[in-house]
Design a protein around this ligand. Structure first.
Ligand code: VTB
Length: 345
């Protein structure tokens, strides 16, 4: 899978990032998202594959493009049998977030990226558009920290695993009122908190890389983003656990508006019998092969943002593969129209 799709998926996230970056700082988050979706879809539809969106822009009725269930790739075209051999084709499930952190792009802030994860059919958890309580930590703490433990307990475990004091740890938490008690607890335990307004995928993945000065992600973010984060963490052996949050009393904003009871019913209809189950990275991204790709839109902890220059642009992406066990940082110069020079970095 990696050898056939590796390079292609880099271009998919690059194209989305380039499109969205043109809207950086313009205050128009919907446009920054729409252009990324369109660019991602266009490039995806030129890949020799039979893909299906399992996490995307929402249900078909609300999202014109990259909606859940949409088929993408050359081999989904009506005349596909002319150029795709059905015996050779692997069916691929795809989770996309073409503009992760639309507000960050709209207001010119750090940390947004175009991102996707792919696996063979059934290899990614088709998370509902709910919230998810998340715990991400470095590989050294994998299966030692536990989302069922308190933040205080997890910080002590993390400190032991990383051989440092709690005071040296930095925990990323989304700046939301629902995290008031969590933030107080982390600070009282002695660790430092880095509050972010958006973009918890980048924060989760950053835990796997030493040198980012991010040691854990704690708190509640969106469930689809949780699956994408889990895909990367699964490939890198980092710790990731997620538990769906379906009670509107816990998260009052955004995605879950209805009653707790109706949400439980909805989960049941999706085959989720135990709504409180804790999933780990290997369960959220259980496929034999998992690939993850991201490209910075604005500058971030892991990647540079898009830098335009006369006639071109330079991007930085990250591709992680469970197949080759690699995390590749890919630096690309895009030449649009007779660039006068090529930007070196
Ligand atoms: C979360 C987070 C995302 O949006 O979904 C957030 O996981 C929305 O949270 O990374 P609220 O509804 O509480 O505002 C992001 O930050 C960006 O998509």
């Amino acid at each position: 899978m990696e050898s056939t799709l590796g390079l292609e998926i880099i271009e998919v996230v690059e194209q989305a990032a380039l499109a969205s970056a043109k809207w950086m700082g313009k205050g128009e988050k919907d446009t920054a998202d729409e252009v990324a979706v369109e660019a991602m879809r266009e490039r995806m539809n030129n890949i020799h594959m039979r893909g299906r969106i399992v996490i995307g822009e929402g249900e078909r009725d609300d999202a014109p493009m990259l909606y859940i269930g949409e088929e993408v790739g050359i081999c989904t075209r009506e005349d596909a049998k002319d150029y795709c051999n059905p015996d050779e084709l692997i069916e691929i499930d795809i989770a996309v977030d073409p503009c992760e952190g639309t507000n960050l792009v709209a207001y010119g802030q750090n940390g947004s990226m175009a991102v996707l994860a792919i696996s063979e059919k059934g290899g990614l958890f088709a998370a509902p558009d709910f919230y998810m309580k998340k715990l991400a930590a470095p590989p050294a703490a994998r299966n030692h920290v536990d989302i069922n433990k308190t933040a205080t307990q997890n910080l002590q475990i993390l400190a032991d695993c990383l051989d440092r004091s709690i005071e040296e740890l930095v925990v990323v938490v989304m700046d939301r009122s629902r995290h008031k008690d969590l933030i107080t607890e982390i600070r009282e335990a002695g660790a430092r908190v880095r509050l972010i307004s958006d973009g918890d995928v980048s924060a989760a993945i950053s835990c796997a890389f030493a040198g980012t000065n991010i040691h854990a992600l704690m708190g509640i973010g969106a469930a689809p983003e949780g699956v994408i984060s889990a895909a990367a963490m699964r490939c890198m052996g980092g710790h990731f656990q997620g538990q769906l949050i379906y009670d509107p009393a816990i998260v009052k904003t955004g995605l879950i508006g209805e009653s707790k009871e109706s949400n439980i019913e909805r989960l049941k209809s999706m085959g989720i019998e135990d709504p409180d189950r804790v999933y780990n990275a290997e369960e959220l991204a259980c496929g034999e092969t998992v690939l993850f790709a991201a490209c910075g839109i604005t500058p971030g902890t892991l990647m540079n943002g898009v830098r335009f220059f006369g006639g071109g642009a330079r991007t930085q992406s990250l591709v992680i593969s469970s197949q080759s066990m690699t995390a590749r940082f890919v630096d690309t110069v895009h030449m649009f129209n007779n660039p006068k020079y090529i930007q070196l970095n």
